[in-house]
Design a protein around this ligand. Sequence first.
Ligand code: CO
Length: 250
Amino acid sequence: MSVELKTREHIRGIRKAGRVVAACHKALSKRLAPGVTTREIDRFVERFMIDRGATPAQKGYKGYPYATCASVNDVVCHGFPDSEPLESGDIVTIDMVADMNGWKADSAWTYIVGKSTAATDKLLHVAKQAMLDGIKMALPGNYVGDIGHAVQKRAEREGFGVVRMFVGHGIGRSMHEFPEVEHFGPPGQGVKLEEGMVITIEPIITTGRPEVYVGMDGWTARTVDGSWAAQFEHTVAITKDGPVVLTRWD
Ligand code: CO
């Protein structure tokens, strides 16, 4: 398998999709509150994208039924939006992919619902920092392993786990392209990063053990030990001027 390198024009296309995703997350950050359901959020996201000329690429992808993944507390990813009202103290990860003129951008964000605790504050802080540490390594000449190593070092130093079962990926015309981006492992290994690669960096960090299992619906992944999980994901272009985050909003 080879990496499809993007031109500046291609990256502009992905950025347009990325702007929709970013604006949508910004809107969600104001909208998520106790009593709101993830099904309502899902409908909001779908409408938000369509109103801006984009489509939710997750819907129908390998049979996935919704525009978003909504993963609450011990759900690590790929949770189905449902009609349970969110409660104060919950954490919820909303993952979405917009398709704009055939170009895709992917970003997940974990939100605190209502009042946080010291534990959820720390989890979210470390998970976001781990993603940012990974992004910093997304430079031409570095290796995919440098990203994973930086993420894992941050998370484990702070006493958190890094989920192994789900990885970042190249993105462009397809949601999932080569290479896979593991969020763990030794530095200096794997695919060499080149100018024109566009990848997602999307570590899932847990308060406990990193083992997960997929439930009976074939999608919803939870921690085995019931610990809570947070995930921050950006779509990132690798350029000679350094990593360019195409889904930035906060
Ligand atoms: Co992704």
